[in-house]
Design a protein around this ligand. Structure first.
Ligand SMILES: NC(=O)c1ccc[n+]([C@@H]2O[C@H](COP(=O)([O-])OP(=O)(O)OC[C@H]3O[C@@H](n4cnc5c(N)ncnc54)[C@H](O)[C@@H]3O)[C@@H](O)[C@H]2O)c1
Ligand SMILES: *[C@@H]1O[C@H](CO)[C@@H](O)[C@H](O)[C@H]1NC(C)=O
Ligand SMILES: *[C@@H]1O[C@H](CO)[C@@H](O)[C@H](O)[C@H]1NC(C)=O
Ligand SMILES: *[C@@H]1O[C@H](CO)[C@@H](O)[C@H](O)[C@H]1NC(C)=O
Length: 434
């Protein structure tokens, strides 16, 4: 095993984090067809922000390449690709199939979150190949923002395989790989259907908790109940706990919505109509929460002639620069579409000016600022849309008050501000669920 060559396909957060950790024990190449991405890794200038990852790459022996011929010498191929349509997967498999010509036996590990039964479909695809491929499913549970910690000390590792003799041998190989840094008691073997479903189920439940707490914010907004007090009571119930129960403008990112849709599609294809409807509710609640917030913003700027809205936070959550399906971006886009004159000044600790320009197609009504003071300056309304720690501690509200214009609305999507304090300073305040 020591001399095994591992090729990780996909140089995103999942592939690069795992590649770095594996390179402590094995010979690892990260291959991505996006040459720009590869160049960024080679230049030690990561294509996205993930805390600690630049340093991890710098200190590792991972090789990066955008040429697929590294696949031929691979003993283990680990798929960490993003994926939207079936043909993307087929293209990837065709590539692997045509590059892998010399060795008689290889292992393919599916680490991407793909529709159920993908491992079997991959196996089926390679049935006629002249060499033998064993397919394993080892879903990734890391979260952006804590990717390295999650990869180094996972709560558990699931390894799914079929029950053939070579399948079990492949499973044992990967158990030995992971056992180099994960306690064996945390490495669980399962049948491949369970492993694949475990990943979808886990993301579905996390998203459901966010939608559940957000459904209560709607009740709080319509009554005198307070979401802060409610979450306090839920969090201290040891059966429930506090994780993923923070009121917000909804979930975003590249995973939750995509994985829920895969789950819903699966239920429909199995004719489990009620189960599909149940999970559709989680997505519907997320959209509802976002639209509720958009309406609040509209109400505050309706009377203002050329409304200027400041936005703190563009990324879909703290500790990442990822704006894919970010609620913040969606809220800004909705308001731009509904208002001819509204303009935005935006800032974020991890999202760059270039990303912002791309995200809004260079729209002149969205102006990127390099800090909080510049973003809030001269605005009528201030939106807090990402739960960055610095927004809890580093905002000088008296200075913000002085630099804003009437009606000085603060709309807080993440329970960041002290509502009573801001009201006493003279602000108008809306906080989700307060
Ligand atoms: N981001 C997360 O927090 C997270 C967590 C757990 C699981 N996942 C899953 O892991 C997978 C990867 O996630 P990510 O966030 O690292 O993705 P990403 O979008 O950041 O990166 C994927 C990379 O794969 C490359 N790629 C796609 N097809 C390719 C091909 N045929 N050949 C070579 N390169 C190819 C793309 O160019 C891209 O750079 C996804 O399926 C995702 O659902 C993501
Ligand atoms: C996958 O990620 C790459 C790099 O970020 C991007 O260019 C591509 O559009 C993504 N593909 C899908 C299907 O999301
Ligand atoms: C899973 O995929 C295999 C291979 O393509 C196929 O034969 C089988 O019918 C699929 N099973 C289900 C339940 O979809
Ligand atoms: C705020 O705007 C005013 C008027 O354009 C300008 O003079 C001032 O320098 C700005 N302050 C900050 C912090 O950007």
């Amino acid at each position: 095993m020591k001399n095994s060559h591992v090729v990780v396909v996909g140089g995103g957060v999942v592939g690069v984090t795992l590649g770095c950790v594996l390179s402590r024990f094995l010979n690892v190449t990260v291959y991505d067809r996006d040459d720009q991405r590869i160049q960024r890794w080679l230049l030690c200038s990561p294509p996205f922000y993930e805390p600690g990852l630049a340093e991890l790459v710098d200190g590792s022996s991972v090789a990066f390449t955008s040429s697929a011929n590294c696949l031929d010498s691979a003993d283990i191929v680990i798929l960490c690709i993003n994926y939207s349509v079936e043909s993307d997967l087929r293209d990837t498999l065709h590539l692997i199939s045509s590059e892998c010509t010399t060795k008689s036996h290889r292992i393919i590990v599916d680490k991407s979150t793909l529709p159920l039964n993908t491992s079997q479909r991959i196996k089926h695809f390679f049935n006629n190949h002249h060499s033998h491929f064993d397919i394993l499913s080892i879903p990734e549970f890391l979260s952006q923002g804590t990717a390295i910690r999650d990869c180094l000390s996972p709560s558990r590792v699931l390894i799914g395989c079929d029950t053939s003799e070579s399948g079990i041998a492949a499973q044992n190989t990967l158990i030995d790989v992971y056992a180099q840094w994960v306690p064996r008691s945390k490495i669980l073997t399962q049948n491949i259907w369970s492993t694949e479903l475990s990943k979808l189920a886990s993301n579905a439940l996390l998203a459901q908790r966010i939608s559940s707490i957000n459904s209560f914010t709607a009740i709080c907004d319509a009554t005198n109940a307070n979401i802060g007090q409610l979450t306090q009571s839920l969090a201290t119930d040891t059966r429930i706990g506090s994780d993923y129960l923070h009121p917000s403008v909804g979930f975003g990112g590249s995973c939750f919505e995509k994985d829920l849709k895969m789950l819903i599609y699966l239920c429909e294809s199995l004719d489990l109509v009620l189960v599909a409807e149940y999970w559709k509710g989680v997505l519907a609640m997320n959209d509802y929460q976002l639209q509720r917030f958009v309406r609040r913003v509209q109400d505050t700027i309706n009377g203002v002639e050329h409304p200027h809205v400041a936005v703190l936070g563009l990324s879909f959550k703290k500790d990442t620069g990822d704006v894919r399906l970010s609620p913040s971006v969606r809220i800004i886009k909705d308001l731009l579409a509904q208002h001819n004159t509204v303009r935005f000044t935006v800032c974020d600790p991890a999202v760059t000016e270039m990303q912002t320009m791309n995200e809004f197609d260079g729209c002149k009504r969205v102006h990127y600022c390099h800090g909080i003071a510049e973003a809030v300056n001269q605005s009528h309304c201030l939106l807090l849309l990402t739960n960055w720690p610095e927004y809890h501690t580093q905002i000088d509200w008296t200075a913000v008050y002085d630099s804003m214009h009437e009606p000085r609305w603060v709309l807080d999507g993440h329970s960041i501000v002290d509502v009573e304090k801001l009201i006493s300073l003279g602000f108008n305040v809306y906080q989700v669920g307060h």
